[in-house]
Design a protein around this ligand. Structure first.
Ligand SMILES: NC(=O)c1ccc[n+]([C@@H]2O[C@H](COP(=O)([O-])OP(=O)(O)OC[C@H]3O[C@@H](n4cnc5c(N)ncnc54)[C@H](O)[C@@H]3O)[C@@H](O)[C@H]2O)c1
Length: 344
């Protein structure tokens, strides 16, 4: 049976500033989706959020994010799945006339993609097609801003990674699905005239983050005095980027594509432009937590790249993107949030 929705008239409120967007946002209960929805809502936009609330990590965390978003009168939410081809038929009509679609729903995680590839194909490849079909069938054919990933650069790209690099040698299933999403977007531009922007995120961290990622796992273990697994002797480098900076880039990309739908520059790196070695990253958490880590060294897992490093020249030029949160500040904030969240 089709789910029943009780829509509120979120799109008919007067704008609070000179700008007011109606955004259809997928992955709204996810880490980046939650922060992005919040930013849109805070500046006066309306957000229709969609998420399947899957249990890849605890659903309670997704519910906690939604509880916060639901406080906002211009937020509406439906639980549904972007991999379902009949998605459009189940959404209320007012959700199908957005100014922009921000498509962040995906099965994330490099390592899990080796274990369960099909869910990546369903959510990231079929899900991408479903969202682009949805846009193609809408009267106004809204532009789409969607999440891609630094992992598309694979392990051969020259650092810092530039959007002009070929990105045709992914080393994980996850990366391959993200690159497939970009190529599908190109095809939809040609066939259906759908304008879309890919945002290649680089290792995002911050409050309400992801329990499957290093910042959360390390913080939890260090605060509880448990050992952490450190891969590749801690020599991998990641361009850790604070979620507040990422969200600024996502919102700027949505504003830009709504204002200039015909523009051709359609891929942006959103990263910190300052890779940090894993061991230094762990020291930063130790400092913020006031405790030392017990490290267990492990080999590099298949699919993990040794380095991520974003060239952000293009994002800076077009989106005024400039990372503002330093790693020590961002980690201090995360550790303090985590202590409260986990009751530690
Ligand atoms: N966090 C990072 O460091 C990072 C880096 C690169 C790319 N990304 C991409 O950014 C986006 C957001 O990632 P995140 O870190 O917030 O992850 P997340 O897992 O917290 O958020 C993704 C959300 O999408 C939902 N979802 C998954 N499959 C779905 C489906 N089939 N239908 C509807 N909803 C579905 C999940 O329930 C989840 O709430 C993803 O596309 C991810 O691939 C994230």
């Amino acid at each position: 049976m089709a789910p029943q929705y009780a829509p509120r008239a979120i799109y008919t409120l007067a704008p609070t500033g000179d700008r007011f967007m109606k955004v259809l946002l997928t992955g709204a209960a996810g880490f980046i989706g939650y922060h992005t929805a919040k930013r849109f809502l805070e500046r006066g936009d309306g957000v229709f959020g969609l998420d399947n609330l899957n249990d890849y990590y605890p659903v309670a965390l997704k519910e906690a994010r939604l509880d916060d978003l639901r406080k906002h009168p211009r937020f509406e939410f439906v639980k549904d799945d972007v991999s379902q081809r009949d998605l459009a038929s189940r959404l209320p009509s007012h959700a199908l006339a957005p100014d922009a679609i921000v498509h962040l729903a995906a099965q994330a995680g490099v390592r899990y993609s080796a274990e369960n590839p099909y869910v990546y194909i369903d959510s990231n490849v079929t899900g991408q097609v479903v969202m682009f079909e949805l846009a193609a069938r809408m009267k106004r054919r809204p532009p789409i801003v969607y999440a891609s990933s630094s992992s598309v650069y694979g392990s051969d790209a020259q650092a810092p990674f530039s959007e002009t690099a070929r990105a045709d040698a992914p080393i994980s299933i996850y990366a391959a699905t993200k690159r497939a999403g970009e190529l599908l977007a190109n095809a939809y531009r040609d066939i259906h005239g759908i304008n879309a922007t890919a945002l290649r995120f680089f290792t995002v961290y911050g409050r309400f983050g992801r329990p499957d990622m290093a910042p959360w796992i390390f913080t939890d273990a260090i605060l509880r005095g448990k050992p952490i697994s450190v891969f590749n002797d801690g020599r991998m480098k990641r361009d850790f980027t604070h979620v507040d900076d990422i969200v600024a880039g996502v919102v700027a990309a949505a504003d830009r594509i709504v204002a200039r739908p015909e523009e051709t520059e359609r891929v942006y790196n959103l990263g910190n432009n300052g890779p940090v070695e894993l061991l230094d990253f762990i020291s930063t958490i130790e400092e913020a937590a006031g405790r030392k880590a017990t490290m267990e060294m492990k080999p590099k897992p298949a699919g993990d790249v040794e380095l991520t490093f974003a060239d952000i020249t293009r994002a800076h030029r077009d989106l005024d993107f400039q990372p503002r949160v330093s790693l020590p500040d961002g980690i201090r904030d995360f550790v303090s949030w985590y202590k409260t969240y986990a009751n530690l």
